[in-house]
Design a protein around this ligand. Structure first.
Ligand code: ADP
Length: 594
């Protein structure tokens, strides 16, 4: 409900927002609109031509056409045929033109919007991402953007056609006979009034439909990513049921919109019927008593139908419009989400890699004291470990160093410069992160390693793989380095994924290396292999190791022990063991002494 209100409050003028966003395409919009209008003008000509033909047959040499200087009735008919030919050709030509223009515009706009939104949210801070549902974001960038495309494809032309029809035909009617004109256009204000009322009532329903569609996206994304957990807990039935309920909520929300939108067309048709029969009866009377000509009557009858009939489509068009506007709001809201983290300006050059935190405190929203007065000092080129129980704040410290979040108090500095002052790209280019959760992309092994440095050569990639001890398993893959690894790298084992991630970090060749539980989820043999690579690559760089298993960090120059967000002790392995406190207890537990 909260998000629904958000959509409604920010979306009071979605069309204006969209037009503003599309300002760079103003020329194309005008051109496409002109083509739509001109096409409709030609399209309205046939009833006039039919009227003129009837006029020629009934009045012969005294017809309207004879005023053009063609006295012979047969010649008049030929002339009419020629005009029909030209008009038909022009109508088709403009139909082609507006079709191409609108549809290409729809393609361009949806393409640009998707890229704009993605480009924008990529720059949003990590805290924002953690608050979002990925499925919903995907629904916005896919479904909502497509909804907009559909409207530009068909809806815009429909609206222009209706407007042109109403204006041109009303004018024509007034030229022929204002009394009949009044009868035939009488339903239009009623229809427009009804349409606007309809619009205002259907808008919140479509906004709700979009939210429900987002919920489906969220659930699907979550379940497909977590299929292993679902299967292992035999939760298929439960998840099926959950999706069923979410999908039913979507259907229900749609049904509520359909109930309203479906009643719209029949109501319009009734209004049209009144206009049509009034024109028929009154116009017929005027023709019978000789006030208007038979040809004019024919035009009136045909035109009334041409005038009123497109209005029945108005319901469908408004429907499309409202859906598109509900989507526009969601897309543009996302695009207008403000980046609250201001980028720094300083570019790091010749990074030594010294890391220093002073009175560093941080809390996640609605949590208290995730980190409290943390003071660490990692001299350039040294290897420092941070250990502590799960949830003690180790990863959070890394997030602050990478500036995924800003501290609530104190600071963390690289080479003496507060990370808030450093340009984000420069800061992150100086740090290579190997984390427990490795993201692999649906590309070849080679391209996945190249992610560490886009400019690296094939040879450098292979060398990095060698240092990461990944050669053996890469060679055993069906196409070696060219083997495509599945989405998320699911075709590889945990240890193999970890090796690729280390190869990436080697390629990145950054002055600071962070290993966040990098070897915690692999077997002993793989761990030993990974350790060898890590020892090799940590040489000459500042290395921050976050580890659970103390055996992996006992050689570190310094070890900080974190508990409940506070540093409770620090020193070398030997010092900490002899101190006999928390570290010693953890060590004893892990070595089986306790
Ligand atoms: P560690 O890496 O030592 O296991 P973390 O730094 O991941 O610990 O987490 C420290 C604390 O912060 C934990 O209590 C955890 O629940 C909490 N936490 C971690 N990430 C978030 C988040 N995005 N939002 C709110 N709380 C979080």
């Amino acid at each position: 409900m909260l998000s629904l209100r958000l959509v409604m409050s920010r979306g009071d003028a979605p069309l204006r927002r969209l037009i503003k966003h599309m300002s760079s395409h103003r020329k194309t919009v005008w051109l496409a609109s002109i083509c739509s209008v001109v096409n409709r003008l030609f399209d309205l000509a046939p009833p006039v031509l039919i009227g003129a033909a009837v006029d020629v047959v009934v009045r012969g040499e005294g017809s309207f056409i004879s005023a053009l200087g063609v006295a012979n009735v047969h010649h008049q008919l030929w002339l009419l045929a020629a005009i029909t030919f030209v008009i038909w050709g022009c109508e088709s030509l403009f139909q082609y033109l507006y079709g191409v223009l609108w549809r290409n515009l729809a393609q361009t706009v949806q393409h640009e919007l998707r890229l704009d939104v993605y480009g924008h949210i990529q720059n949003l801070e990590m805290g924002w991402f953690l608050e979002q549902s990925k499925g919903n974001l995907m629904a916005i960038m896919n479904d909502d953007v497509n909804q907009l495309e559909r409207f530009l494809d068909e809806g815009a032309t429909d609206l222009l056609h209706v407007a042109t029809t109403v204006i041109v035909i009303s004018a024509l009617f007034f030229i022929i006979d204002w009394r009949v004109a009044l009868f035939s256009i009488a339903p239009i204000p009623l229809i427009l009034w009804g349409s606007f009322r309809f619009q205002s009532r259907i808008a919140p329903r479509y906004a709700d439909v979009r939210i429900k569609a987002g919920n489906i996206g969220t659930l699907l994304e979550n379940n497909l990513t977590g299929i292993t957990t679902i299967k292992s807990f035999t939760g298929e039935e439960k998840e099926y049921e959950r999706l069923k309920q979410t999908s039913e909520a979507y259907c229900e929300s749609n049904r509520s919109a359909i109930k309203l939108s479906a009643s719209f067309v029949p109501l319009i048709r009734m209004a049209i019927l009144i206009g049509f029969t009034a024109t028929l009866l009154y116009g017929g009377e005027l023709t019978l008593n000789g006030t208007i000509e038979v040809g004019e009557f024919s035009i009136l009858v045909f035109m009334t139908q041409r005038l009123l009939w497109p209005l029945t489509r108005l319901g469908a068009t408004f429907d499309l419009y409202q859906r598109a506007m509900a989507s526009t709001n969601r897309v543009l809201d996302l695009l207008e989400t403000e980046i609250s983290m201001q980028d720094g300006t300083q570019i790091l050059s010749d990074v030594k890699g010294e890391i220093h935190s002073e009175s560093l405190s941080f809390s996640y929203p609605e949590r208290n004291n995730t980190l409290e007065n943390v003071e660490i000092h990692i001299p350039a080129g040294s290897t420092v470990a941070i250990v502590g129980p799960t949830g003690s704040g180790k990863t959070t410290l890394v997030r602050l160093l990478l500036r995924f979040y800003d501290p609530s108090n104190g600071s963390i500095k690289v080479d003496g410069i507060d990370v808030r002052k450093i340009k984000l790209s420069s800061l992150r280019e100086s740090i290579a992160l190997v984390s427990q959760r490795v993201t692999l992309f649906p590309e070849s092994v080679r391209e996945n390693i190249r992610y560490g440095n886009q400019n690296s050569t094939d040879k450098e990639i292979e060398q990095a793989a060698m240092i990461a001890e990944a050669m053996e398993f890469i060679d055993s893959l069906p196409n070696g380095f060219e083997t495509k690894i599945g989405e998320g790298g699911y075709k590889l084992s945990g240890g193999q994924r970890q090796r690729l991630s280390i190869a990436r970090a080697i390629l990145k060749d950054a002055p600071i290396l962070i290993l966040d539980e990098a070897t915690s989820s692999v077997d002993n043999e793989t761990e030993a292999a990974l350790q060898r690579s890590l020892t090799q690559i940590s040489e000459g760089r500042t290395t921050l190791i976050i580890a659970h298993r103390l055996s992996t960090i006992r050689n570190a120059d310094n070890i900080y022990v974190l508990e409940n967000g506070k540093i409770i002790e620090s020193g070398s392995h030997e010092t900490l063991i002899s101190a006999g406190k928390m570290y010693k207890r953890l060590w004893d537990v892990q070595t089986g002494m306790q």
